[in-house]
Design a protein around this ligand. Structure first.
Ligand code: HEC
Length: 166
């Protein structure tokens, strides 16, 4: 009895996984892939097709963050390499830092991560940014634009419109 329940849960998880091929994603909802903790994550199919969020995050990162954090999350003399930070930073810590910012004083020098909490061009795409940087941190995405990608589904467009109008 117990065994068959486990088997059904396992088969159910497999069926739900759908197009997930490799990487941390265990399921997808409306074009967004989620890991076992329910946090957004990247997905790359066998044929090299990336999820929409990784692609979108690549673009947003290079519009809002690269000036300080360097191209491709590689870091600069001013700000840390987020490709490295996201190897240990959790989704919640990432969000907290981007929303609130952080100012650190060391040896008379000031290091400022601005607060983006009221910047819609960042806040409406915070999952995109996280997913892209996670793909870089996991070593899944090279220093390049993810060319081949899934379509932007209606649910993503609707979320974006609602968020930007807010
Ligand atoms: C004006 C420059 C600047 C911009 C623009 C900027 N950051 Fe930062 N960021 C920093 C600095 C400097 C730090 C390090 C702060 C410190 O010393 O702790 C930092 C730290 C962070 C951290 C914490 C890293 C860690 O290892 O703890 C995250 C996450 C982060 N930034 C994300 C972003 C994202 C995402 C964007 C784009 C939306 C962005 N930053 C844009 C300057 C910037």
């Amino acid at each position: 009895m117990k065994k068959s329940v486990y088997l059904m849960v396992f088969l159910g998880a497999l069926a739900g996984a759908g197009s997930v091929i490799a990487g941390p994603a265990v399921k997808s909802e409306d074009g967004k892939y989620l890991d076992k903790d329910g946090n957004p994550t990247w997905n790359k199919k066998d044929d090299g097709t990336w999820d929409w969020y990784t692609f979108s995050g690549y673009r947003r990162y290079h519009a809002e963050c690269h000036v300080c954090h360097g191209p491709d999350g590689e870091g600069s003399t001013y700000a840390p390499a987020l490709r490295v930070s996201l190897q240990t930073l959790t989704y919640d810590q990432f969000q907290e830092t981007v929303v609130n910012g952080r100012t650190v004083h060391t040896a008379g020098k000031e290091s400022v991560m601005p607060s983006f909490g009221t910047n819609k061009n960042v806040m409406c795409y915070i999952d995109d940014l996280y997913v892209y940087l996670k793909a870089r941190a996991d070593g899944a995405l090279a220093r390049a634009r993810p060319e081949k990608r899934e379509a932007k589904v209606d649910a993503i467009k609707q979320y974006e419109d609602a968020c930007m109008a807010n």
